[in-house]
Design a protein around this ligand. Structure first.
Ligand code: PLP
Length: 432
């Protein structure tokens, strides 16, 4: 991986990572505001400013904090939330309701009420019960809610099956079956409390090939046509989800956003021209591609165990509790010794976490300079689904998060204290 080093230290957005670790402690997540903004600029140049009636909704599940949402809001992007907690964070960040879209395959009554009270712009219907649930609440609150249906376009996806979501056998979305989707559409058109806008799909994540997105766009456009023919109804919006791949290791060759968005838009525009259809709004929902590469994690190396002829384990002061992805779906990462960033590789080691699970291996067989206790290991591309999936397993504290901008660094999430880990625990009277 390419990186900048100065005096033997890994630099991140103008900051010396060794100094950051000393100042803020480890484990530490470091996010470069500059790099996040560069991704947003690319999206604006190649999508938002290039086509009319299109939007980017950042999938906040990738990294949802007040500071991050402020960055996204300043870019003029919308926000995708999937839970009361993500919506609450958006509300606390003063994200405007009309720019929030709510996904989720099992939204509760309370979550939907919260969404309607805050006036979220869109609800993406993901289950067969949801239209009635939304309409019931909307009636009570005398509101009309804009909705889309999340469909399962049944396209093949080149990614790990655990992050493939567009197939029929999925907990997400509504299958495009005659007996399932079409009665739902009819119902949505008939209910005055909902305003049926169109369709949403998300085919999967960490994709480097645009074929599944393009196949799904064709399926969505076929549906647009069918809805006009059957119901004399004009679809006004299509949401093509996220899933654009990023570089975790050198083996990953991510494509620019335009590799996905240009041919998707070409298909939409050609369809509209051919079918004499007004151009629907087009939304994309990138998560990891905005934030993954902007983030690194810093861990201090402690125990070192050499098994001659077999393997050398170097253990860090965190692991699956701050990055579950290797354990969860065999995600691959790479990194460097941040304090020996300009030293040549000297040995092959396996970087292991400190949680009580054999699968708590962050990077297997990585070439590093000679590793010593006290060295600082920096893992690249941990900005997405790292902090947001962090847990308190083994009662380890959730690490601090720091935001950097051209040499400056500020805490955006404080390190959890041990007291905070147990603050909600109660000992019942009969145990006292
Ligand atoms: N939209 C939806 C509905 C999703 O489920 C996801 C990820 O799970 C995303 C967007 C973001 O995906 P990614 O982070 O891969 O861009």
């Amino acid at each position: 991986m390419e990186f900048e080093a100065k005096n033997g230290h890994l630099m991140w957005d103008g900051c010396d990572t060794v100094t950051l670790a000393e100042k803020f402690g480890t484990p530490l997540y470091v996010f470069s505001q500059t790099m996040i903004e560069e991704k947003c600029q690319e999206l604006k140049r190649d999508f938002v400013d290039k086509y009319k009636n299109v939007r980017v909704a950042f999938a906040s599940k990738a990294f949802s904090t007040l500071a991050m949402l402020k960055i996204i809001q300043k870019q003029g992007f919308s926000l995708d939330v999937v839970s009361d907690g993500e919506l609450y964070t958006a509300i606390k960040a003063a994200f405007s309701g009309e720019h929030i879209e709510m996904n989720g395959n099992n939204k509760s009554l309370e979550e939907l009420e919260m969404a309607l009270d805050y006036g979220v712009g869109r609800i993406i219907v993901d289950s067969l019960q949801e239209v009635d649930l939304i309409a019931g609440i909307a009636k009570e609150k005398q509101k009309v809610v804009d909705i889309l249906f999340r469909i399962t376009p049944e396209v093949n996806v080149q990614t790990h099956s655990f992050i493939s979501t567009g197939q029929k056998d999925s907990k997400f979305g509504i299958p495009i079956d005659e007996s399932i989707l079409f009665p739902q559409i009819q119902h949505a058109i008939e209910r005055p409390e909902v305003n049926f806008l169109g369709f949403h799909f998300h085919v999967g994540s960490q994709l480097f090939d645009n074929q599944s997105h393009l196949a799904a766009v064709e399926i969505a456009l076929d549906l647009v046509k069918m809805v006009r023919e059957r119901f004399d109804y004009t679809i006004k919006e299509l949401n093509f989800g996220g899933g654009f791949g990023v570089r975790y290791t050198e083996a990953d060759q991510p494509k620019p956003f335009s590799y996905f968005t240009d041919p998707m838009m070409e298909k939409v525009l050609a369809f509209c021209q051919k079918e004499h259809f007004p151009q629907p709004a087009v939304v994309i929902e990138p998560g990891r591609s905005i934030v993954a590469e902007a983030g690194i994690s810093l861990h201090r190396i402690g125990a070192i165990k050499e098994l001659p002829g077999l393997r050398k384990y170097v253990s860090i002061d965190g692991g699956m509790t701050d990055n579950i992805r290797p354990g969860l779906y065999e995600a691959k990462y790479t990194g460097v010794l941040a304090n020996k960033a300009e030293s040549a590789p000297a040995e092959k080691v396996t970087v292991s976490g400190k949680a009580c699970e054999s699968t708590d291996i962050l990077v297997k067989d990585i070439e590093l300079p000679t590793v010593e206790t006290g060295d600082l290991f920096a893992t690249f591309s941990t900005g997405a689904y790292g902090y947001s999936m962090a847990s308190n397993y083994n009662k380890l504290a959730i690490p601090e998060v720091v935001l950097t901008k051209e040499g400056q660094a500020e805490i955006i999430v404080k390190r959890q204290t041990l007291d905070q880990i147990i603050q909600n625990e109660v000992v019942p009277g009969f145990l006292k």
